[in-house]
Write a protein that binds this ligand. Structure first.
Ligand code: PDD
Length: 285
């Protein structure tokens, strides 16, 4: 079965799904995106993802190309047409097509909208979570507005590649004060010796992950204490547990940071429990 993509109003086989050479996403990374997990053929926490999309567009002054209710229909249609039971749906909106010039084009072009979906291997993801992952630390050299979910991901690409080359799965960005900001495509968490779950406050230095937001409910329902504060790499090295969150991975234990074992070097009980509880708190409509 050929994969189907939505491109500017049409559902097309992949080989016909094309974007203009002067799309500003292609030339300037002038656009935003969202990724939702799909379970049981339905997007997870879609309402929150679309709310964040609307905020990202607003920050870049790109008009919402259609009402969120219409985007919802498109997302579901792409999931259905690709027969995705478990997987992910990707949505990208750029400022549109215009002759190359850095300033916003006048007149304003129609934003370009692309939606794709693909299946994920749940067995592989579960095995990864059961084993835990290794992360490396890298200096956070990104711009000052990573709270906007833009498609400008070059530092994240290079960080992930550095991780892969060192046999690790993710890279944790570290700011000038030695504090961890977030992962290359995940939010970063630790569990202290006292059992407090810690993650960095969602200011302009991290993306306010949807998985992160839902996880606060999961943590509270478990009766655990959660603290939103910056934590240093040194603190992470000696934490009892560490883990990452993202829509396509949910909660994945981190068992090594820069080659040092976290806790006893195996997935911890807090991360494992939060992963198990997650979908009881996430929305699937
Ligand atoms: N990444 N931080 C960064 C830099 C991210 O790219 C992501 C998500 C997150 C977690 O956000 P959420 O819980 O809403 O998925 C945090 C997506 C999955 C990606 O780029 O593929």
């Amino acid at each position: 079965m050929s994969r189907i993509a939505y491109v500017n109003g049409r559902y097309l086989p992949f080989r016909e799904a094309k974007i203009h050479v002067e799309d500003r996403g292609y030339q300037f990374a002038d656009g935003v995106y969202e990724v939702c997990e799909v379970r049981g053929g339905k997007p997870v926490d879609e309402r929150r993802h679309l709310a964040r999309l609307e905020r990202s567009l607003g920050e870049l002054r790109i008009a919402l190309p259609m009402p969120l209710t219409a985007l919802d229909v498109v997302l579901r249609e792409v999931v259905a047409r690709n027969r995705i039971g478990y997987g992910m749906v990707y949505l990208q909106i750029t400022r549109g097509v215009a002759r190359r010039d850095h300033a916003f084009p006048v007149p304003t072009p129609a934003p370009a909208v692309v939606v794709t979906a693909r299946g994920l291997n749940s067995g592989r993801n579960e095995a990864l979570a059961a084993k835990g992952i290794a992360v490396i630390s890298v200096p956070d050299n990104r711009w000052g507005r990573v709270d906007i979910k833009t498609i400008g991901l070059l530092p994240n690409v290079l960080a992930r590649q550095a991780a892969v080359e060192q046999g690790a799965r993710d890279a944790w960005f570290v700011d000038r004060d030695g504090a961890v900001t977030e992962g290359a495509s995940t939010n970063a968490w630790i569990v202290t010796g006292e059992g407090t779950v810690v993650t960095r406050p969602a200011d302009h230095a991290i993306l306010r992950g949807i998985t992160r937001t839902v996880l606060f409910d999961v943590i509270k329902a478990r009766g655990l204490v959660v603290e939103e504060r910056a934590f240093t790499l040194q603190e992470a090295y000696t934490a009892r547990e560490a883990f990452v969150t993202a829509a396509t991975q949910i909660v994945v234990p981190v068992v090594r940071i820069d080659g040092r074992p976290v806790g006893d070097g195996r997935p911890g009980p807090v991360a494992t429990a939060l992963r198990a509880d997650f979908h009881r708190h996430a929305e699937r409509t």
